[in-house]
Design a protein around this ligand. Structure first.
Ligand code: PGA
Length: 260
Protein backbone atom coordinates (compact mmCIF):
# COMPACT_ATOMS: atom_id res chain seq x y z
CA UNK A 1 0.00 0.00 0.00
CA UNK A 2 1.33 3.42 -0.95
CA UNK A 3 0.40 6.13 1.55
CA UNK A 4 -0.70 9.17 -0.48
CA UNK A 5 1.26 12.37 -0.01
CA UNK A 6 -0.24 15.83 -0.38
CA UNK A 7 2.56 18.39 -0.45
CA UNK A 8 2.01 22.14 -0.53
CA UNK A 9 4.59 24.00 -2.60
CA UNK A 10 4.27 27.57 -1.42
CA UNK A 11 6.81 28.86 -3.96
CA UNK A 12 8.03 32.40 -3.17
CA UNK A 13 5.02 33.36 -1.08
CA UNK A 14 4.53 34.18 2.61
CA UNK A 15 6.83 35.85 5.09
CA UNK A 16 7.67 33.78 8.14
CA UNK A 17 4.92 35.61 10.05
CA UNK A 18 2.33 34.84 7.37
CA UNK A 19 3.60 31.27 7.31
CA UNK A 20 2.74 30.86 11.00
CA UNK A 21 -0.81 32.02 10.35
CA UNK A 22 -1.25 29.64 7.40
CA UNK A 23 0.07 26.59 9.26
CA UNK A 24 -2.01 27.42 12.34
CA UNK A 25 -5.12 27.69 10.16
CA UNK A 26 -4.27 24.38 8.53
CA UNK A 27 -3.85 22.87 11.99
CA UNK A 28 -7.43 23.91 12.79
CA UNK A 29 -8.83 22.69 9.49
CA UNK A 30 -7.34 19.21 9.71
CA UNK A 31 -7.88 16.79 12.56
CA UNK A 32 -5.76 13.89 13.76
CA UNK A 33 -7.73 11.32 11.77
CA UNK A 34 -7.12 13.28 8.56
CA UNK A 35 -3.47 12.27 8.81
CA UNK A 36 -4.08 8.57 9.41
CA UNK A 37 -4.18 7.57 5.77
CA UNK A 38 -2.61 10.58 4.04
CA UNK A 39 0.75 12.22 4.65
CA UNK A 40 0.66 16.00 4.48
CA UNK A 41 3.71 18.18 3.88
CA UNK A 42 4.21 21.92 3.69
CA UNK A 43 7.11 23.33 1.69
CA UNK A 44 7.53 27.00 2.62
CA UNK A 45 10.41 29.23 1.49
CA UNK A 46 13.73 28.75 3.30
CA UNK A 47 13.11 31.79 5.50
CA UNK A 48 10.11 30.08 7.11
CA UNK A 49 11.57 26.62 7.69
CA UNK A 50 12.88 27.25 11.20
CA UNK A 51 9.67 29.01 12.20
CA UNK A 52 7.46 26.21 10.92
CA UNK A 53 9.70 23.52 12.39
CA UNK A 54 9.26 25.16 15.80
CA UNK A 55 5.49 25.46 15.31
CA UNK A 56 5.13 21.81 14.25
CA UNK A 57 7.18 20.68 17.26
CA UNK A 58 5.58 23.02 19.79
CA UNK A 59 1.97 22.38 18.77
CA UNK A 60 2.58 18.71 17.91
CA UNK A 61 1.17 19.19 14.43
CA UNK A 62 1.18 16.28 12.04
CA UNK A 63 2.65 18.10 9.07
CA UNK A 64 5.95 17.06 7.55
CA UNK A 65 8.30 19.83 6.62
CA UNK A 66 9.56 20.16 3.06
CA UNK A 67 11.99 22.49 1.31
CA UNK A 68 11.65 23.73 -2.26
CA UNK A 69 15.27 23.37 -3.30
CA UNK A 70 18.68 22.29 -2.04
CA UNK A 71 22.26 22.71 -3.15
CA UNK A 72 24.01 19.67 -4.54
CA UNK A 73 27.07 20.69 -2.46
CA UNK A 74 27.24 20.09 1.28
CA UNK A 75 29.29 23.20 2.16
CA UNK A 76 31.59 25.74 0.59
CA UNK A 77 31.85 29.09 -1.13
CA UNK A 78 28.46 29.00 -2.85
CA UNK A 79 26.90 32.35 -2.07
CA UNK A 80 23.14 32.20 -1.72
CA UNK A 81 22.88 28.42 -1.62
CA UNK A 82 21.40 26.25 1.14
CA UNK A 83 22.82 22.79 1.82
CA UNK A 84 21.18 19.49 2.69
CA UNK A 85 23.16 19.53 5.96
CA UNK A 86 21.37 22.75 6.92
CA UNK A 87 17.95 21.39 5.95
CA UNK A 88 18.49 18.14 7.80
CA UNK A 89 19.22 20.13 10.97
CA UNK A 90 15.76 21.70 10.62
CA UNK A 91 13.98 18.32 10.50
CA UNK A 92 13.17 18.77 6.85
CA UNK A 93 11.81 15.47 5.48
CA UNK A 94 11.18 16.26 1.83
CA UNK A 95 12.97 18.38 -0.72
CA UNK A 96 11.37 19.33 -4.02
CA UNK A 97 14.00 18.99 -6.74
CA UNK A 98 13.74 19.72 -10.42
CA UNK A 99 10.58 21.77 -10.26
CA UNK A 100 9.90 23.11 -13.74
CA UNK A 101 10.41 26.68 -12.49
CA UNK A 102 13.92 25.72 -11.37
CA UNK A 103 14.59 23.92 -14.62
CA UNK A 104 13.27 26.69 -16.87
CA UNK A 105 13.94 29.92 -14.98
CA UNK A 106 17.17 28.90 -13.27
CA UNK A 107 18.51 26.57 -15.93
CA UNK A 108 18.73 23.36 -13.90
CA UNK A 109 19.55 20.39 -16.09
CA UNK A 110 18.56 16.77 -15.51
CA UNK A 111 22.09 16.19 -14.16
CA UNK A 112 21.84 19.06 -11.66
CA UNK A 113 18.46 17.74 -10.52
CA UNK A 114 19.96 14.27 -10.09
CA UNK A 115 22.83 15.69 -7.98
CA UNK A 116 20.33 17.50 -5.77
CA UNK A 117 18.27 14.34 -5.29
CA UNK A 118 21.46 12.55 -4.28
CA UNK A 119 22.37 15.32 -1.81
CA UNK A 120 18.92 15.13 -0.19
CA UNK A 121 19.23 11.37 0.37
CA UNK A 122 22.79 11.71 1.64
CA UNK A 123 21.36 13.77 4.50
CA UNK A 124 18.36 11.69 5.44
CA UNK A 125 15.73 13.49 3.39
CA UNK A 126 13.54 12.27 0.56
CA UNK A 127 13.58 14.18 -2.71
CA UNK A 128 10.35 14.86 -4.56
CA UNK A 129 11.70 14.68 -8.09
CA UNK A 130 9.58 16.68 -10.51
CA UNK A 131 9.15 15.83 -14.15
CA UNK A 132 6.82 17.08 -16.82
CA UNK A 133 6.51 18.21 -20.40
CA UNK A 134 6.01 21.65 -21.94
CA UNK A 135 2.99 22.45 -24.10
CA UNK A 136 5.19 22.09 -27.21
CA UNK A 137 6.47 18.70 -26.10
CA UNK A 138 2.92 17.61 -25.44
CA UNK A 139 1.65 18.68 -28.85
CA UNK A 140 4.77 17.16 -30.42
CA UNK A 141 3.80 13.81 -28.89
CA UNK A 142 6.96 13.51 -26.77
CA UNK A 143 5.44 13.64 -23.29
CA UNK A 144 6.50 10.10 -22.41
CA UNK A 145 10.00 10.48 -23.85
CA UNK A 146 10.50 13.70 -21.87
CA UNK A 147 9.38 12.41 -18.48
CA UNK A 148 11.23 9.16 -19.04
CA UNK A 149 14.52 11.01 -19.64
CA UNK A 150 14.00 13.18 -16.56
CA UNK A 151 13.16 10.25 -14.28
CA UNK A 152 15.90 7.98 -15.62
CA UNK A 153 18.60 10.60 -15.08
CA UNK A 154 17.46 11.31 -11.53
CA UNK A 155 17.23 7.64 -10.53
CA UNK A 156 20.55 6.77 -12.13
CA UNK A 157 22.32 8.99 -9.58
CA UNK A 158 20.82 7.15 -6.62
CA UNK A 159 21.78 3.96 -4.81
CA UNK A 160 19.22 1.16 -5.06
CA UNK A 161 17.75 1.61 -1.59
CA UNK A 162 17.50 5.36 -2.14
CA UNK A 163 15.86 5.08 -5.53
CA UNK A 164 13.24 2.84 -3.93
CA UNK A 165 12.23 5.61 -1.52
CA UNK A 166 12.14 8.51 -3.94
CA UNK A 167 8.91 10.43 -4.55
CA UNK A 168 8.21 11.50 -8.13
CA UNK A 169 5.86 14.35 -9.05
CA UNK A 170 4.50 14.47 -12.56
CA UNK A 171 3.70 18.09 -13.32
CA UNK A 172 2.79 18.94 -16.91
CA UNK A 173 4.23 22.44 -17.28
CA UNK A 174 1.22 23.70 -19.23
CA UNK A 175 -0.92 22.88 -16.20
CA UNK A 176 1.16 24.70 -13.57
CA UNK A 177 -0.49 27.86 -12.31
CA UNK A 178 -2.66 28.05 -15.42
CA UNK A 179 -5.93 26.58 -14.19
CA UNK A 180 -5.57 23.94 -16.94
CA UNK A 181 -5.41 20.56 -15.25
CA UNK A 182 -4.55 17.29 -16.94
CA UNK A 183 -7.64 15.10 -17.04
CA UNK A 184 -7.54 12.30 -14.47
CA UNK A 185 -7.15 9.89 -17.41
CA UNK A 186 -4.19 11.80 -18.88
CA UNK A 187 -2.50 12.07 -15.48
CA UNK A 188 -3.01 8.35 -14.92
CA UNK A 189 -1.67 7.46 -18.37
CA UNK A 190 1.58 9.41 -17.96
CA UNK A 191 2.06 8.40 -14.35
CA UNK A 192 1.54 4.74 -15.14
CA UNK A 193 4.15 5.13 -17.89
CA UNK A 194 6.56 6.58 -15.31
CA UNK A 195 5.87 3.59 -13.09
CA UNK A 196 6.61 1.24 -15.96
CA UNK A 197 9.91 3.05 -16.58
CA UNK A 198 10.78 2.72 -12.88
CA UNK A 199 9.88 -1.00 -12.99
CA UNK A 200 12.33 -1.39 -15.86
CA UNK A 201 15.06 0.30 -13.80
CA UNK A 202 14.43 -1.09 -10.33
CA UNK A 203 12.06 -4.03 -10.73
CA UNK A 204 8.32 -4.45 -10.18
CA UNK A 205 8.52 -4.55 -6.36
CA UNK A 206 10.15 -1.14 -5.87
CA UNK A 207 8.07 0.36 -8.70
CA UNK A 208 4.92 -0.69 -6.85
CA UNK A 209 6.16 1.07 -3.69
CA UNK A 210 7.28 4.40 -5.13
CA UNK A 211 4.83 7.25 -4.79
CA UNK A 212 4.11 9.29 -7.89
CA UNK A 213 2.19 12.51 -7.36
CA UNK A 214 0.33 14.66 -9.83
CA UNK A 215 0.80 18.44 -9.85
CA UNK A 216 -0.59 21.30 -11.90
CA UNK A 217 -3.65 23.34 -10.92
CA UNK A 218 -4.81 20.84 -8.31
CA UNK A 219 -7.78 22.26 -6.40
CA UNK A 220 -10.35 20.93 -3.95
CA UNK A 221 -12.72 20.39 -6.88
CA UNK A 222 -10.44 18.10 -8.91
CA UNK A 223 -8.21 16.51 -6.25
CA UNK A 224 -10.62 13.65 -5.55
CA UNK A 225 -10.87 12.53 -9.18
CA UNK A 226 -7.11 12.87 -9.76
CA UNK A 227 -6.02 11.00 -6.65
CA UNK A 228 -8.65 8.29 -7.24
CA UNK A 229 -6.58 7.09 -10.22
CA UNK A 230 -4.82 3.82 -9.54
CA UNK A 231 -1.30 5.17 -10.04
CA UNK A 232 -1.73 8.70 -8.69
CA UNK A 233 -0.45 8.72 -5.11
CA UNK A 234 -1.25 12.26 -4.07
CA UNK A 235 -0.56 15.77 -5.25
CA UNK A 236 2.03 18.52 -5.34
CA UNK A 237 -0.10 21.61 -4.86
CA UNK A 238 1.03 25.14 -5.67
CA UNK A 239 -1.47 28.02 -5.60
CA UNK A 240 -4.17 26.14 -3.71
CA UNK A 241 -1.75 25.33 -0.87
CA UNK A 242 -1.70 29.02 0.12
CA UNK A 243 -5.33 28.85 1.22
CA UNK A 244 -5.82 26.76 4.35
CA UNK A 245 -9.39 25.66 3.70
CA UNK A 246 -8.69 24.83 0.04
CA UNK A 247 -5.56 22.83 0.92
CA UNK A 248 -7.38 21.03 3.76
CA UNK A 249 -10.20 20.15 1.34
CA UNK A 250 -7.61 18.66 -1.05
CA UNK A 251 -6.25 16.49 1.77
CA UNK A 252 -9.77 15.35 2.66
CA UNK A 253 -10.68 14.64 -0.97
CA UNK A 254 -7.57 12.48 -1.28
CA UNK A 255 -8.28 10.75 2.00
CA UNK A 256 -11.78 9.95 0.74
CA UNK A 257 -10.19 7.68 -1.88
CA UNK A 258 -8.17 5.63 0.56
CA UNK A 259 -9.95 2.46 1.53
CA UNK A 260 -10.17 2.00 5.30
P1 PGA B 1 -0.11 24.98 -9.17
O1 PGA B 1 1.45 24.65 -9.00
O2 PGA B 1 -0.86 24.03 -8.26
O3 PGA B 1 -0.26 26.41 -8.75
O4 PGA B 1 -0.46 24.75 -10.59
C1 PGA B 1 1.91 23.34 -8.86
C2 PGA B 1 3.41 23.35 -8.71
O5 PGA B 1 4.07 24.17 -9.35
O6 PGA B 1 3.97 22.53 -7.95
Amino acid sequence: MRTPLIAGNWKMFKTHLEAIVLVQQLGYELEGHDFESVEVAVCPPFTSLRTIQTLIDGDRLHFKLGAQNVSSESAGAFTGEVSAVMLEALDVRYVVVGHSERRHIFGETDEVVAAKAKAAFAHGMVPIVCCGETDEERSGGVTEVTVERQVRTALAALKGDQAERVVVAYEPIWAIGTGRTATPGDAEATISHVRTVIAGLLGDGPAAEIRILYGGSVKAGNAGALTAQANVDGALVGGASLDASEFAAIVKACKGNVSP
